[in-house]
Design a protein. Sequence first.
Length: 305
Amino acid sequence: MANLITSLCSLKWRKARQSGKSREIVDYVVQAHSVLIELPDLRPGPVTNKTLGGLVSICSESHDPDTVEMVLTDPRMRKIIPSMRSISSQSECCLENFWAEKISEAQDSKEALQLLLSFPYFENYVELARLELFALYAVKPTLPTSVAFLGSGPLPLTSMCLLRALRDMQSFPTATDPVVVNVDQDASALSASTVLCEKLGDWSQGMRFKCADAESTMDLREFEVVFLAALVGVNQYEKEEIIMSVTRRMTAGALLVVRSAHSLRTLLYPEVNLNTERLRGVLQVETVTHPFGKIVNSVIVARVK
């Protein structure tokens, strides 16, 4: 009986601690959201940088499942999650545009590279590209040489980091130099990324560009791997529609890499489910990787049936 009472008291204490921690997180996120929603825009600046940096940090922390559940189901949080994801998407676009323009104004390739390396989340992109590459290698132990990246944006850091990693992996040589075709529906974003890569010179070797919508008729059969950027599709329904369109234009056996989110990271990006009845008809999920460090996005690798 004494042991039972002790266990119940311990459980009650843990629940109280979890409840207290979840309230702290919810209070922080709600306050941050109220600051961001009142800003005239989400371009980089002292308030924007500090507030978004704090949000990314708290969403990247590891918590027990009960605390995460309490946070995500809190009525105040449920009310602002769609807005939070919209803010995250808008701020990422603003950040990329700001830095793409800044790097493009460099005097030469050396200065451009120095600016690129000073991008606040550069190391996160390097780590994410490495994570995605090794997730791919775990599924298919030959490195890809033809990759399409849908929704590349004005600052295609993932593509560049992926290409650098592929070229640096001397222990896994490829017969031909890898090429990434960056696809985006926004002509201005593609123009900005093209100028940026020209300014970087050899550092961005292997980058190609094409203006097209993710749901366009663009033939994707030549690509061994197709990446779907996190900001392509704002919810499960939109992403499912896009994925159905993309897989119809891919070769059977080719790999699709989709960025998702888990735990509190879903406050910033939607979680993507590739195991719906509809998607199971066209895709076989091969591996799912959930990071627990600075990387925000989860990685799903699926094979086209």
